[in-house]
Design a protein around this ligand. Structure first.
Ligand code: FAD
Length: 461
């Protein structure tokens, strides 16, 4: 009997437990459903749609090379998968578990319609597996990380299925082009297209490059001017490669770089662990009072605040490191982690705008936009989360820019400042060399800091 493989963010042939199991049991009918309803306000944003298009295109070629194909459908995922199964006379659906609240709901519904076999595909360990002595999930990263390491090694890596046999007749499929996932006019994605190679083969090429670099990660990871993070996040997010594959590749390394990189992969697992416990985590502050009593400057309440939000989005705050980060995000669909922290902190604390506005913008602009990782990191920076930094710890963007030597990074993304020397580029206004076409600071650091702390104190009292 034909076996359905329901693809979501697991767009790869190798180490794909659902595909591997299905291929052993019968002809494979892989289905991808573009469901814009299930996720509600977290339907894929613009940059994600761009990536999805190219990733599906690439994986379809891999299926094609094995005389197979991916059936594309648009609509309610549960209904469409059921329809495809009925059309080919399949009873069993194989899928890798996903943990976003809408996918958990869909998995529950589909299991009532068909024999749904779920596998652990995209994380080192499935959320819920790492528990405290009393069997509860961890809420805090550090003990979670420690307990995760005690469980290593993770499961074995799986090869690509040897053969993919076809059903007698293929069910109807949409054409990818008709989904309009790519921007047309204006085509804002040219910078993204220049920056990235999409797909499983590209993910493995990146991994080969990273094999030579990972030992330097400990020193280089905080420096946005140098290319010393893996830039694997979109490949991991879309499941073009699994963290299991990365882990097995590097497991014999002894460098501090690899140890630190392993911790980042555990952060990724941790974020899923958080959204499993708190499904609304990317939409609501975990800590009480922060959504109702904190004096956020709500952009809906005044055009000045709306303009400030837009200045942040467009990289026009007058703080070069913040502007470089926001422009990198817009141009490439990605931002360096250190700068994600600086720009997020700036929105929340300097502009005193609720973190959810930032989460939304990142959701739309990042090619690695991930419900779990984005929500967890925004709440971490805001100080509103289950395990987070303190709100009162306010990052000083200019100090950060100097400390992490961001001059080269600023030159790349803020060309107006490209001719300034290293010692002036972090704060041209202060040094009296701000070019006319570069904005003045939207608010002074000291003033912003005092306003944030005062507002925080008012909420606490
Ligand atoms: P590397 O430094 O090479 O790290 C390796 C991998 O570990 C990454 O690819 C990623 O999968 C994982 N990882 C690293 N740091 C984190 C982290 N803090 N939390 C979770 N996973 C991590 N990451 C996303 O994948 N999607 C998001 O939507 C996202 N939103 C973020 C929002 C904010 C405000 C902040 C501060 C961070 C966010 N991150 C997000 C985490 C982190 O910035 C990115 O994972 C990282 O910058 C990706 O680049 P890289 O692949 O070169 O990372």
């Amino acid at each position: 009997k034909p076996q359905i493989v329901w693809l979501r963010r697991d767009l790869r042939m190798a180490d794909n437990p659902a595909l591997y199991a299905a291929a052993q049991q019968g002809p494979v009918v892989a289905v991808y459903v573009l469901d814009d309803e299930a996720a509600g306000d977290h339907k894929y944003g613009g940059a994600s749609r761009w990536w999805l298009h190219h990733s599906l295109e690439s994986l379809s070629k891999s299926f094609g090379a094995r005389n197979s194909r991916i059936v594309l459908r648009r609509g309610d995922a549960v209904e469409e998968v059921t329809k495809v199964a009925n059309a080919v006379g399949a009873e069993t659906v194989h899928a890798n578990r996903h943990y976003e609240p809408w996918w958990r709901k869909a998995q529950g519904k589909l299991a009532k319609e068909l024999d749904l076999q779920l596998y652990d595909g995209n994380y080192l360990f499935p959320p819920g597996y790492i528990t405290t002595g009393s069997g509860d999930p961890y809420k805090i990263y550090t003990p979670f990380s420690k307990a995760t390491k005690e469980q290593f090694p993770p499961r074995d890596e799986l090869p690509e299925p040897e053969t993919l046999s076809s059903p007698e007749e293929w069910p109807a499929s949409d054409s990818l082009e008709d989904w309009d996932l790519l921007p047309t006019k204006p085509n804002w994605a040219t910078g993204i297209a220049d920056f990235w190679e999409v797909g499983e083969a590209a993910a493995h090429e990146r991994l080969d490059w990273w094999d030579d670099e990972v030992d330097r990660y400990e020193d280089g990871r905080n420096l946005p001017s140098v290319d010393e993070t893996s830039q694997m996040s979109p490949h991991l997010h879309w499941g073009e490669i699994s963290p299991i594959q990365i882990w097995h590749r590097f497991k014999d390394k002894r460098s501090e770089g690899w140890k630190t990189y392993e911790k980042e992969l555990i952060w990724r697992d941790y974020a899923q662990n958080v959204i499993c416990q708190f499904p609304s985590y990317a939409k609501e502050s975990y800590r009480e009072g922060w959504d109702s009593d904190m004096g956020w400057r709500n952009p809906n309440r005044g055009h000045v605040i709306q303009e400030e939000l837009e200045a942040w989005q467009q990289g026009r705050t007058g703080y070069p490191i913040v502007d470089a980060g926001m422009r990198q995000l817009w141009q490439t669909g990605w931002m360096h982690n250190r700068v994600r922290m600086i720009t997020a902190s700036f929105l929340i604390k300097h502009l005193l705008i609720d973190w959810k506005h930032g989460e939304r913008w990142f959701w739309d602009c990042l090619v690695d936009a991930d419900y779990g990782s984005n929500g967890t990191n925004w709440q971490w920076v805001a100080g509103t989360g289950v395990d987070s930094n303190m709100f009162s710890r306010i990052m000083a963007p200019l100090t950060q820019s100097e400390k992490f030597d961001a001059a080269g990074y600023i030159r790349t993304y803020v060309p107006e400042l490209a001719n300034l020397p290293d010692d002036k580029i972090h704060d041209p206004e202060e040094h009296g060399c701000k070019p006319e076409d570069y904005p003045s600071k939207i608010i002074g650091h000291k003033e912003a800091r005092e306003r944030a702390l005062e507002t925080y104190r008012a909420m606490k009292s």
